[in-house]
Write a protein that binds this ligand. Structure first.
Ligand SMILES: Nc1ncnc2c1ncn2[C@@H]1O[C@H](COP(=O)(O)OP(=O)(O)O)[C@@H](O)[C@H]1O
Ligand SMILES: [Mg+2]
Length: 250
């Protein structure tokens, strides 16, 4: 379980202060599939960086399995990043002149896993995302959706309990986006991973069990979704923009 208590994050830019998070509290249980939704600038990425222990709050507390992140030593933090959480970004962040297989192996090579095991596990992760036949391709030889699937395989290779995805379909066309969403739904239902999925798109958000709405760094609504949309369902006409009435661009 992860728990955020009264977290604020203030960025200082020259003499200005930006309150990116302003007293956020929430709990997410193991195995939940949650969307974090809000317009551009509402603090979604800032919150994800804290959840992934890539950044620390200015004030407030963050607990992973009842251990406060701020009190973890370097070894605990490294182990958490390596084994507990997997991160998928909007821009795929793949190494360019490196094969899909090597990109996916990368997180394993840091912690002394034997080369043969690295290869085996990376191959398995690529198989899960449907790229068994593209392992030797470099990122520029893959489509956007395939590159994002490589990035998801890289996030999965350590078998993390928590998968954090920050607008993973933001740079993809809607058909490819639906395929990626189907993959996340599969990982959630078959492998019982906790999935936390950032989007500013109401239609995408409704593919999850719960939507946490952020606005100006605050949680303004925490909504349970009774019948999540199944990936591949066509977008209804009233949701043809981004569904929340504003055309936020990321
Ligand atoms: N490194 C930073 N330095 C200064 N301001 C930042 C930084 N990162 C984000 N911000 C500001 O914090 C607010 C929240 O940003 P962010 O979490 O990226 O929002 P979102 O992901 O919802 O678009 C925005 O106003 C943004 O300009
Ligand atoms: Mg963002």
């Amino acid at each position: 379980m992860i728990e955020v208590k009264e977290v604020t994050k203030i960025y200082k830019v020259g003499d200005d202060e930006v309150r990116a998070l302003d007293g956020v509290s929430l709990k997410i249980n193991d195995g939940e599939m949650v969307a974090i939704m809000g317009p551009s600038g509402s603090g979604k990425s800032t919150l994800m960086a804290i959840l992934g222990c890539l950044d620390i709050p200015t004030s407030g507390e963050y607990y992973v399995d009842n251990i406060e992140a701020a009190k973890m030593n370097d070894n605990q933090l490294a182990s958490l990043r390596a084994h507990k959480v997997g991160f998928v970004f909007q821009t795929f962040n793949l190494l360019p002149r490196t094969s899909a297989l090597e990109n996916v192996m990368l997180p394993l090579t840091y912690d002394g896993t034997k080369m043969r095991d690295c290869i085996e596990r990376a191959e398995k992760a690529l198989e899960v995302v449907g790229l068994k036949d593209r392992m030797k391709h470099h990122p520029n030889q893959l489509s956007g959706g395939q590159q994002q699937r490589v990035a998801i395989a890289r996030a999965l290779v350590n078998d993390p309990a928590i998968l954090l995805a920050d607008e993973p379909t933001g740079n993809l066309d809607s058909k490819t986006g639906a395929e990626i969403m189907a993959l996340f739904q599969h990982l959630h239902s078959e492998k019982h991973q906790t999935v936390i999925y950032v989007t500013h798109d109401a239609f995408i958000a409704r593919h999850t069990d719960r939507i946490i709405h952020l606005m100006d760094g605050k949680v303004v609504r925490d909504e349970q979704i009774k019948n999540p949309i199944k990936a591949g369902t066509p977008r209804p006409d009233e949701m043809l923009s981004n569904g929340n009435g504003n055309h936020a661009k990321e």
